[in-house]
Structure formats: C-alpha cells, structure tokens
Design a protein around this ligand. Structure first.
Ligand SMILES: Nc1ncnc2c1ncn2[C@@H]1O[C@H](COP(=O)(O)OP(=O)(O)OP(=O)(O)O)[C@@H](O)[C@H]1O
Ligand SMILES: [Mg+2]
Ligand SMILES: [Zn+2]
Length: 284
C-alpha cells in the first residue's frame, strides 16, 4: 500500500483524535509556505490539455534560470509528474519525520503522489478529506526549504485537489491551461469563475496545442483552430501568457521521462514556453 513514510509522517495526528493534531498540521503548512515566495497552481477545466507537461517544463526552465523551484503533483488519481520527470523510487524521510523531495536537477525538487506508492499501477480510491490531508502533508511535512517558486500540478476541474490547495495557500496564483477549440474554452471560463469565487488571482491563461509546424514544408497547421485562447483571456479580463505549439516531440519526451525543456537543442515548444516563463516572472 502506501509507503511507510506517509504513515510515519502523519505523526501525532494518528495517535490522538483531538484537534491539536490538526493544529500542528496547520502550523507545519504555514511554516513551509512562509519560506516559499511564489505559489503557482496549474489548472484547467478540461483533462488532457497539457497541465502536467507544462508544470514540469515550467519548473525546469525556472530552475535553469537559477530560481529555487519545487514541483508538487497533487493529482492523486492520475499522478503523471513522476512519469514525465522519470522519477523512480520512494521518498525518504528525515529523523524529524519530514519527507525529502526528489532532487531532479540543480535548483529543482519534486514530490509526486507516485513517489509514495509502491505499485506504479496502483489505483487510488480516496475520498475528499483523505486527499486534503495528503495535500496538507505534501506542503507541511515535506522539507521544501527556501523556494522562489512552488509549482503545483492539479487534476482537471475544480474538485477537491485545487480547492484544498487554494484553501491552504491563500496567496496562490493560478495558471489556466486550455487548448484553442471552443469546448475547451467553455471549461476555461469555469476555471476562471472558480478562481474568482475562491479569491485566487489568475496569473493568466496559456493556450497549448496551438499551430503545428510541418517538418517538411514548414507550413503552420492549426489542428484545433487558433486564437481562441487570447480571445477568451480578453473576454474574461485575465492576462494572456502565450500559445504553445503542438509538438509531437513533447509526447516522446514525456514518455521517456525527460522533460523537453531540459534538452540542449531548443524546440519551438521550449522557446514558446520560455517566453511564457518570462511573462510569468514579469507579472508575478
Ligand atoms: N504542445 C503539445 N504538443 C503535443 N503533445 C502535447 C503537448 N502538450 C502536451 N502534450 C501531450 O498530451 C498528453 C496530455 O498531456 P498532459 O498529461 O500534460 O495533460 P494534463 O492536462 O496534465 O492531463 P490530465 O488532465 O490527465 O492531468 C501527453 O501525452 C502529452 O505528452
Ligand atoms: Mg496531468
Ligand atoms: Zn508540409
């Protein structure tokens, strides 16, 4: 089942049914957050639009620029960060019951739900309160240390995970990811309204899977129409951070467990994402 460490990390909460366990947890969460300058939640209304790929690659680019970065995967049901980053093994635990994040590269530490599960293909069936407890532990019981950015990858929609994150991290900012077609954009409006309801300031909108450049004749082909992202951002009055091209190599890189942004030869995707990262740094 779940790695021992998470049981150990539950600490006094387990031995005592009263609220002081929760108070301790709250204190740990606040202590961790106090050392983190910027918290960025990557979210979307629709599934499969590229949140995890973007969260992973943004983290790599920020780390390359010299920022101290943490990447946290709160997608309990479909944790893909471990796959994208090629993470293996379980998390270690310190003497004082803190989980040690996996060091992916210089300046970048990662914690994924997958790193707590012994079986890679194990399905997780947890209800809201358990997920919320786990997310609090990911923030409070992980030795993040001093960070410039904590990038949080969430599952699609506005369910327990993003809600727990924004309730725990009052100053989180959201990046909303969409694809250019109208069905996806309708869901973006829901995400933006979610941010308004929970008083989270959207950092901006990223449009993914935009025009694809034909490797043969270099013609740009819009697989999913184009321009929908910028229109929706204007309509909803949030910053538009940029468009990422459709890039088949992203899929290979994700499957190989090596984020494309880490490659020395810069792809169109990486160049566009680099500009988005610069925009984020400017507006944050
Ligand atoms: N710009 C892109 N071009 C081509 N393929 C992409 C691009 N961005 C993401 N993908 C691919 O699309 C698939 C879905 O991406 P990803 O897992 O990042 O989406 P997600 O929004 O996190 O999904 P979920 O909602 O399931 O968490 C992956 O196979 C990924 O490699
Ligand atoms: Mg994902
Ligand atoms: Zn062509």
């Amino acid at each position: 089942m779940i790695h021992d460490s998470i049981e150990k990390a539950k600490g006094d909460k387990k031995s005592c049914g009263t609220s002081h366990g929760q108070d301790t947890q709250q204190r740990l969460v606040q202590e961790s957050l106090a050392k983190i300058k910027h918290k960025i939640l990557v979210m979307s209304g629709k599934g499969g639009v590229g949140k995890s790929s973007i969260a992973a690659n943004i983290s790599v680019l920020l780390a390359q620029k010299g920022y101290q970065v943490g990447l946290m995967d709160v997608d309990v049901h479909g944790p893909s960060i471990a796959q994208i980053m090629g993470l293996k093994g379980l998390l270690d635990i310190t003497q004082d019951k803190r989980l040690i994040p996996i060091s992916f590269m210089e300046n970048l530490k990662v914690v994924s739900m997958q790193s707590l599960m012994q079986e890679k293909n194990q399905a997780v069936i947890w209800r809201g309160p358990v997920k919320a407890g786990l997310i609090h532990q990911f923030i409070g019981n992980v030795k993040w240390g001093n960070l410039d950015f904590l990038v949080i990858d969430s599952p699609p929609g506005t369910g327990d995970e993003p809600l727990t994150v924004v309730q725990a991290i009052k100053d989180a900012r959201a990046i909303i990811v969409t694809t250019p077609q109208e069905v996806a954009l309708a869901d973006v409006r829901k995400s933006i309204n979610f941010c308004k309801t929970v008083h989270i300031d959207p950092l901006g909108l990223v449009e993914n899977m935009g025009p694809f450049t034909c490797p043969g004749c270099h013609t740009k082909i819009s697989l999913f129409k184009s321009g929908g992202g910028i229109r929706t951002a204007e309509e909803m009055d949030i910053p538009f951070l940029g468009t990422l091209p459709f890039e088949p190599h992203v899929v290979e890189a994700c499957d190989d467990g090596k984020p494309i942004a880490g490659e020395t030869e810069k792809s169109e995707f990486t160049k566009a994402l680099d500009q988005i990262v610069d925009n984020i740094i400017k507006v944050i």
